[in-house]
Design a protein around this ligand. Sequence first.
Ligand SMILES: Cc1cc2nc3c(=O)[nH]c(=O)nc-3n(C[C@H](O)[C@H](O)[C@H](O)COP(=O)(O)OP(=O)(O)OC[C@H]3O[C@@H](n4cnc5c(N)ncnc54)[C@H](O)[C@@H]3O)c2cc1C
Length: 527
Amino acid sequence: MSGDRAGLDGGARPLPDQPDVVIIGGGHNALVAAAYLARAGRRVVLLESADRFGGAVTSGRPFPGVDANLSRFSYLVSVLPAPLIAELGLDLELASRRIASYTPVGDGGLLLERRPGSTTAASFAAWAPADELRWHQLERRLTSFAQVVAPTLMEPLPRAADVRSRVEPELWRDLVERPIGELLESSVADDAVRGLLLTDALIGTFAEAHDPGLRQNRCFLYHVLGNGTGEWKVPVGGMGRLAAELVRVARAAGAELRTHSTVGRLRALPGGGAEAELLDGRRLQAPVVLAGCAPAVLDRLLGRPARPPEGSQTKVNLVLRRLPRFRTGIDPATGFAGTLHLNQGYQRLAAAYREAAAGQVPNPLPVEAYCHSLTDPSILGDELRASGAHTLTLFALHTPARLFSADPAGRRAEVGDAALASLQSVLAEPLADCLATDSDGRPCVEVMSPLDVEAELNMPGGHIFHGDLSWPWLEDDLQPSTAAERWGVATADPDILLCGSGSVRGGAVSGLGGHNAAMAVLEGAQP
Ligand SMILES: Cc1cc2nc3c(=O)[nH]c(=O)nc-3n(C[C@H](O)[C@H](O)[C@H](O)COP(=O)(O)OP(=O)(O)OC[C@H]3O[C@@H](n4cnc5c(N)ncnc54)[C@H](O)[C@@H]3O)c2cc1C
């Protein structure tokens, strides 16, 4: 596990006197903030309610007797900037995947390499010949957009007009002003190709391609801008490795990190600063408090009405005795090497949205699957690895929290079965024959609905980004008057800043919420 599990850590030891900064929550963003601020000489106290640090960035062994250290929640890394890793001196390897994605179609499939070569070309030629050139053109246009935005992420928010002036005008219109469905439909023709592009717009929101609110566009942008390439990489050793490294550098810099420390109330002090009150009644005041929890949690702590967001992804973690064979005959070591798209055609995604909005579990359920251990076998114990076992993650789209509210356990089982059925639909043999079993003889299948994510991580509604994402720039008509506003981490209280996923550029495993809050504190909260 990342961080410490000592039961005495939070409760028994006295809290340090007169910290400069108190941080609520110990997710990866909060740890990034703690590290930067402690390095700059600030006395930092971080209070995490769980028995470990990392929040959604964690590894664990959910199956008794099975030595597989799974990235139980978040699993791939793209948005975390390379300069942030270097500045903090994190000992972290992010491995590229040989294959970007595989989409089974009929009795074949679309296999896209990370560096498109002859396999990608042959695949397009067989399944979507008209789209090959158009796909490459769209990818190039998106990369050029990403290369403008990515370098701004660790700076104060750029102006929308500045970004707009540096990107292709048509792409600005299509990405930022029109629903993403228009861009996808005008760019590529094949249903599978459109669908696999659209998934980037849906992982992290409940929307359809033509939603006028453009939530899906913002979600899409975050999926394609990471480090200017949009490549999603595998954290070697699992997600817990990132959390452990952040704990290491924050502590080395002098930050005081506490687990088992739940903040139950927060109030802004009349003379400036804020006071956090733990559930056990202890209080801690500081000139600045950073909230690494979700904005809706912060509202509750402040005694204000909260408007919780709604998450809509269900995570299924599996351990397999071996990888199953595909109906298409593709080598499983290739078909499972990238992101495997299941029932994610464009039309299916549209129908699934409508089904879920009407209160039904989509059938068939759009799912994407990813095998960590093919790229990084280090998360498996020696025996398990030698036996040919693998891990597999399924991420089911369009399963909003509202589907689960009446019967959480029953719906969890139903959605879990639907996700497995989605995978089974492309296999040439029963998945059940390939599932590993734990020491009690139970199949290694862990299903987490948005309600389960909320219960485990205190993420309201199970929303994986703490709420819908924001554009990573400042609208032209806004005049920021504080450092917090310039960095996109402001709240209604000048001495309480967001440092988590809910800040303007905080979404995903990026550390940006933490970095940008730390920079705002160091720059000073005054104009
Ligand atoms: C299932 C799932 C899969 C995901 N997959 C990916 C992925 O593959 N790639 C990606 O980039 N992103 C992914 N995400 C999103 C990403 O993980 C999050 O956006 C990010 O990790 C949030 O980090 P954070 O530090 O801002 O907050 P969190 O990780 O939510 O951490 C907040 C912490 O605050 C603590 N806390 C809350 N309230 C209190 C309180 N009152 N007192 C004390 N402590 C408190 C919580 O216990 C928690 O540890 C996924 C998320 C989920 C849930």
